[in-house]
Design a protein around this ligand. Structure first.
Ligand SMILES: *[C@@H]1O[C@H](CO)[C@@H](O)[C@H](O)[C@H]1NC(C)=O
Ligand SMILES: *[C@@H]1O[C@H](CO)[C@@H](O)[C@H](O)[C@H]1NC(C)=O
Ligand SMILES: *[C@@H]1O[C@H](CO)[C@@H](O)[C@H](O)[C@H]1NC(C)=O
Ligand SMILES: *[C@@H]1O[C@H](CO)[C@@H](O)[C@H](O)[C@H]1NC(C)=O
Length: 490
């Protein structure tokens, strides 16, 4: 078994956010509530930035969560839908706007919704993590989230943060437009695109098997991959009696020759990283997860779960069809004979079409870019330079080390941080505990709390991955800077 050991040092600093209160737009002149007209549009429609208002406004949305039979890859199953669709609708705001979202839960199950990447400064209780920042939203009720991105801009996403629910469909894009975006003149229109691995079995069932004491396999192997909720599975391998329609329609993005498009690409999947490319169309990266970067042009980029990239695609080729390729990186999907769905007929080559307006309604015949990218690795951090630059703070005041292992805990395989898995306490969330009489030192070890109380402090975190699998890490509420990482040991 190969062991990949990656040491990543992060500097996580609250100074930036704390030190600049004057930069936060004032909201005293809030205008009338406005529902973004693009909210319920088709994910394959292009859009333009929102109109700029004189001062930040409140944008109010309603997410109606329900269950329905859908066949994203041709195979019919129960999918968790939002406003009738999967992926869910795109929530948008301008920088500084107040975002109010009414979550109407008709799932016949509990839920919470997390706004992935939003710092929730001052509104931790709206972060939407079940058992950490809030109690569960019961079915038949509406819970209203209300937050602002403050100075944040860029590409985010929202998803259920209860159990593995988002894997069954509860996810969608969340975009914050910056009226002063330095790249506004570099593109004519925008698209949003989601990538996801997809299972035919309800994720709760998969997790149940995965978490059975003595289970020897790896994580379940997906049945297909989806681009913006569309993919194709091998119906000949579908179980007897199931409903499966072959040749399911794939994702098609229609562009006008001569225009430049900002694609906001989000991996909303469960586990699989994708290698993304569009035949003959280089990708000019301008934003990575809510941070503008100096433009860097690559033909292929790896996108792990939770990651987002904005790339500019220039429709400057002949009027034709071109493959969009989101290849599931096979080397990152570990299997053993005991693994759930080990004999999946998964087609790792997930595709869609970039169609120039006027081209025939036909599949592309284009060739993939020849270059290779390093499997299971991020885009080379050395290529990505923040714009404007922001040097990391010089002096950390605190430090933590996270040692990541996958091991049995109470006879069940878990991801562990320094030997412990996080255990959400659904009826007494961590944040609620802290509001009352609990001090950090009183928290149980399975709360995995790392505590510092240095005013305007800078925390240095070393993450040591002792496991063979790759793991994206996601820090809520902080600006982080990667200050060093070891070279991968392959
Ligand atoms: C949202 O929060 C703002 C700021 O705290 C508050 O003024 C407003 O009344 C809230 N709106 C709703 C619908 O809760
Ligand atoms: C998967 O396929 C192999 C080889 O055909 C077979 O031996 C094995 O029993 C299958 N496993 C499952 C779980 O169906
Ligand atoms: C981490 O913090 C401890 C306690 O404050 C200190 O003794 C140690 O030198 C620090 N280590 C690093 C690598 O900064
Ligand atoms: C960065 O990490 C590498 C590999 O662990 C190490 O050799 C190097 O000294 C580190 N550089 C700094 C500036 O910490």
């Amino acid at each position: 078994m190969r062991i990949t050991s990656i040491i990543v040092l992060f500097s996580l600093y609250s100074t930036i956010i704390n030190a600049a209160p004057t930069a936060v737009p004032t909201l005293e002149k809030r205008q009338e509530t406005e529902q973004d007209p693009g909210f319920n549009t088709n994910i394959f429609d292009s859009f333009k930035p929102l109109e700029v208002t004189a001062s930040p406004i409140t944008r109010e949305y309603t997410l109606k969560l329900a269950k329905a039979e859908l066949a994203p890859d041709g195979f019919s199953r129960i999918v968790l839908i939002s406003n009738g669709r999967y992926p869910g609708p795109m929530i948008r705001a301008n920088k500084g706007d107040q975002i109010v979202i009414h979550v109407k839960n008709n799932l016949n199950d509990f839920t919470t919704i997390h706004w992935h990447g939003i710092f929730q400064k001052g509104t931790t209780f709206y972060d939407g993590v079940a058992g950490l920042t809030q109690c569960l939203i019961p079915t038949g009720t509406t819970f209203t989230y209300n937050f602002t991105g403050g100075e944040q801009y860029g590409t985010y996403w929202w998803h259920s943060n209860f159990g593995s629910q988002y894997v069954d469909g509860l996810a969608g894009p969340l975009i914050i437009h910056d009226p002063k975006d330095p790249y506004l003149n570099d593109y004519d229109e925008e698209f949003v695109m989601t990538l996801s691995d997809w299972h035919h079995v309800y994720s709760e069932k998969l997790v149940k098997i995965r978490m059975t004491p003595g289970y020897k396999g790896f994580n379940p192997v997906p049945n297909s991959g989806l681009i913006s909720g569309r993919g194709r599975c091998d119906c000949s391998k579908a179980p007897q009696g199931s409903k499966c329609v072959p040749d399911n329609p794939l994702a098609v993005y229609v562009v006008e020759k001569g225009k430049r498009y900002r694609f906001r690409i989000i991996n909303i999947g469960a586990e699989a990283p994708f290698t993304f490319s569009i035949d003959q169309h280089p990708l000019r990266i301008i934003e990575v997860e809510g941070e503008n970067v100096k433009p860097v042009t690559l033909n292929k980029i790896n996108i792990a779960v939770g990651q987002r990239y904005s790339v500019i695609v220039n429709a400057d080729k002949e009027v034709n069809n071109f493959w969009i390729r989101a290849t599931i990186v096979k080397q990152c999907i570990h299997v053993s004979p005991e693994t759930i769905n080990v004999n999946s007929s998964l087609n790792y080559m997930v595709t869609g079409t970039l169609r120039y307006n006027g081209a025939p309604d036909a599949y592309p015949t284009t060739q993939e870019w020849e270059e290779k990218v390093l499997n299971c690795r991020d885009v080379d951090h050395n290529l990505l330079k923040l714009n404007p630059p922001r040097p990391p703070p010089a002096n950390p005041t605190d430090n933590f080390t996270f040692r990541i292992t996958f091991d049995d805990f109470d006879s069940v395989g878990h991801a562990l941080v320094n030997g412990f898995p996080f255990k959400p306490e659904l009826e007494d969330p961590t944040v609620n505990k802290m509001m009352y009489d609990t001090t950090p030192s009183m928290l149980k070890q399975n709360q995995n709390a790392f505590v510092y109380d240095t005013q305007n402090g800078v925390v240095e975190i070393s993450i040591i991955n002792e496991n063979m699998a790759t793991h994206p890490f996601h820090f809520v509420t902080y600006i982080i800077t990667i200050i060093n990482h070891s070279s991968p040991i392959l």
